[in-house]
Design a protein around this ligand. Structure first.
Ligand code: SF4
Length: 267
């Protein structure tokens, strides 16, 4: 009898289940439906026959915790979970128009536990080609801003609110940003930066669910999940053919951010 034909021992089966649950936990899964009795699980349920669900009721009864409460993931586990999340995103098909036109998904770049995380709008043509956020002209300008702040690009985490390039670099539609929100939330939760800098009105408005303009949001701190967030203009807006005069405002914003981070800039 081939090894693959032998029935699994209880111990081997339990080991496989434990490994599977651990990989789910690392991927961020915190609860799963409890198994139903076999006769109930195999019964055919006609539409409208299922158990009634009370609206707004949290999924507590009938579910079990994969990740015990109060046991935060370590750095290696967060790195691993980010990798799993990036793989999940790379297979995502929630936005049919973007899926049809993207070359690849653009997840994010930077170290876990980065002190600062930049959140932009969406990948453009260069990002779509290379699979990394902020590598085009706006990215070069962002690099210069980061260096002027006394930091290196490799020190910060960089991502966008959506992970696929909208055709023609159009602004992400609300439902696309909504589809991708879960990934962004989990991404920020795993990176757990001390500060966030939201770049441009689309990123800032989506993070805070507001319609206020970036002109009104910038220059002061907001809070996302307890993380201080400073909003400023998107680097693409500062390019020579758009509004380079806004560089001065961005520089003031960055000085405000660096001061709060304890990294005073003297110039
Ligand atoms: S933008 Fe986000 S939600 Fe939409 S297809 Fe891409 S990865 Fe999926």
């Amino acid at each position: 009898m081939a090894d693959s034909d032998r029935p699994l021992t209880t111990e081997a089966l339990l080991c496989q289940v434990r490994q599977h649950l651990e990989s789910l936990r690392l991927a961020g899964v915190q609860w799963m439906p409890a198994p139903r009795p076999l006769d109930e699980a195999t019964a055919v349920v006609e539409p409208g026959e299922g158990p009634e669900k009370e609206e707004g009721q949290p999924p507590t009864e009938g579910f079990f915790d994969v990740q015990p409460a109060g046991e935060p993931l370590g750095l290696d586990e967060r790195r691993q979970a980010l990798t799993v999340l990036a793989e999940t995103v790379s297979r995502c098909t929630r936005c049919p128009e973007l899926v049809a036109t993207r070359s690849r998904t653009v997840f994010g770049v930077g170290p876990v536990a980065a002190e600062l995380c930049f959140v932009g709008e969406a990948p453009g043509a260069d990002e779509d080609a290379q699979g990394e956020p902020f590598v085009g002209a706006a990215g070069q300008l962002l690099n210069r801003i980061i260096v002027a702040c006394g930091m290196k690009r490799e020190e910060v985490y960089i991502c966008n609110i959506i992970k696929c390039r909208p055709p023609g670099n159009r602004t992400p539609l609300p439902h696309e940003a909504g589809h991708c929100r879960e990934y962004l939330e989990r991404q920020i939760d795993l990176v757990r930066p001390r500060f966030i800098c939201a770049l441009g009105s689309t990123a800032a408005q989506h993070l805070f669910g507001t319609t206020l303009s970036i002109g009104k949001l910038r220059g002061r701190f907001h809070s996302y999940q307890g993380i201080p967030v400073l909003c400023t203009y998107h680097p693409a807006f500062l390019l020579p053919h758009r509004s380079p005069e806004k560089k001065r405002d961005v520089w003031e914003d960055m000085k405000t951010l660096m001061a709060r981070m304890g990294r005073a800039i003297t110039r």
